[in-house]
Design a protein around this ligand. Structure first.
Ligand code: PSV
Ligand code: MN
Length: 397
């Protein structure tokens, strides 16, 4: 290796060593679309299987030490299930990640959860959130990720103003229950399952709710939760500026919230988002942003898709990290548009895969995690062991 190659390798290694992304427990379970599901024999149907699958992904990528948990699907008995999670943390080496209350599946939530016109239902949704905060505390999980399906389908059928007030009140109460090291992440989504209005439809609404809830509430950006052609990296820049960026749910999309593999449709967009995060102006504010994957594959093999996603995230993160930002700042200042764009695009087109392979080998990982997965027989083994136990546990579709 020439001195400049080894300096580049050292820089890349430093960046990759610190890159971690959380994988979702529901990414290993059988899920589908509203038209049906194609079950996979290798899908996980118990929490133990989900932890085992997560450990396999981490073993191959070295970048996924935590597993996001959905309370209803993974801890259906609430606090009583915490011990089992702790035991699985010990045996697999994977830690519980963000804790996701489930405010959308129970029959009582037909007309909303924290925004339901019924005081009783709002109360029961809030107590589920408070229980989830308690679960997170026991598991030493920093983040409680809140997503509401609340909204309405027809104009005039709900009071949007009253629902804002109910939401403000509920989030303030939830915030009071947080331990000093915990955070409430508030996820927005413009539509689905509600198709006329959604109570937390965009980052502005989410930002306002976080500000009213308290200083430990932050916005969660799910890349699939935007209108088509929306400039997500600009939203990220604003949230960084406001010190309100809590984290991401990464996935890709073509039409709606498609939950496709990260970077499969528009890798340049992920690169542009990552560039904002690497921006030196972000230094103070981006430290705590959680990187999480929110994908559940119905057609691809689940473990294979997860490994592919993590490897893609590593590639794009490294590409964006290697932008010559000092030079870019000079070109931006002098409005040398073409040179600035070429520098930016050049970083995107740079093939960092050889660097990544070197880094993996230097850290005792397989140079090509997808081939290693094919060769190590894990998927074949779980397919045999789990066949015949098709289950839809852990799935909302
Ligand atoms: C809703 O579409 C969402 O993005 C929320 O984050 C849920 O927790 C997750 O999907 C469930 O897959
Ligand atoms: Mn999400």
């Amino acid at each position: 290796m020439s001195p400049s190659d080894s300096a580049l390798f050292e820089t890349a290694a430093h960046i990759l060593d610190r890159f971690q992304i959380e994988i979702p427990s529901w990414g290993f379970a059988n899920t589908g679309t509203r038209f049906g599901k194609f079950v996979q024999s290798a899908a996980a149907s118990t929490l133990e299987e989900k932890f085992n699958d997560a450990a396999e992904v981490h073993r191959l990528t070295g970048a996924t030490p935590t597993l996001a948990l959905h309370v209803l699907w993974d801890l259906p008995s609430g606090l009583a299930d915490v011990e089992q999670v702790q035991a699985l943390e010990r045996t697999t080496g994977i830690r519980a990640g963000s804790i996701n209350p489930n405010l959308f599946q129970d029959q009582q939530y037909k007309f909303g959860s924290l925004c339901n016109p019924s005081e009783e239902i709002r109360g029961s949704a809030l107590s589920h959130v408070l229980d989830s905060i308690e679960i997170a505390r026991h598991l030493h999980a920093r983040d409680i990720s809140l997503w509401l399906a609340d909204g309405s389908n027809y104009p005039g059928t709900q009071s949007m103003r009253r629902r804002i007030e109910w939401l403000e009140e509920a989030l303030r109460t939830a915030h009071q229950r947080l331990a000093p090291d915990q955070r409430l992440l508030v996820e927005y989504k413009p539509f689905e399952p509600a198709f006329y209005h959604t109570d937390i439809a965009d980052w502005g609404m989410s930002s306002h709710l976080c500000r009213t809830a308290g200083p430990q509430a932050f916005v969660l950006v799910d890349t699939g939760h935007h209108y088509l052609s929306q400039n997500i990296e600009q939203i990220v820049a604003w949230l960084l500026h406001l010190n309100l960026l809590g984290g991401f749910h990464f996935n890709d999309r073509r039409y709606a919230d498609d939950d496709l593999t990260l970077g499969s449709i528009d890798p340049y967009q992920v690169f542009r988002i990552f560039h904002e995060l690497h921006n030196p102006h972000s230094k103070e504010s981006d430290g705590g942003a959680a990187f999480m994957i929110d994908q559940s594959h119905n057609l691809k093999g689940k473990i294979e898709a997860m490994v592919q996603t993590v490897a893609t995230a590593q590639e794009l993160w490294l590409k964006a990290a290697l932008i010559d930002r000092e030079q870019l700042a000079v070109l931006q200042q002098s409005c040398d548009l073409v040179a600035a764009e070429e520098l930016f695009r050049g970083a995107f087109w740079r093939d960092v895969r050889p660097l990544l392979a070197l880094w993996r080998q230097s850290r005792g990982l397989a140079a090509d995690p997808l081939s290693a997965l094919r060769e190590d027989g894990y998927v074949e083994r779980i397919t045999r062991e789990r066949a015949g136990r098709q289950s839809t546990v852990g799935s909302y579709a």
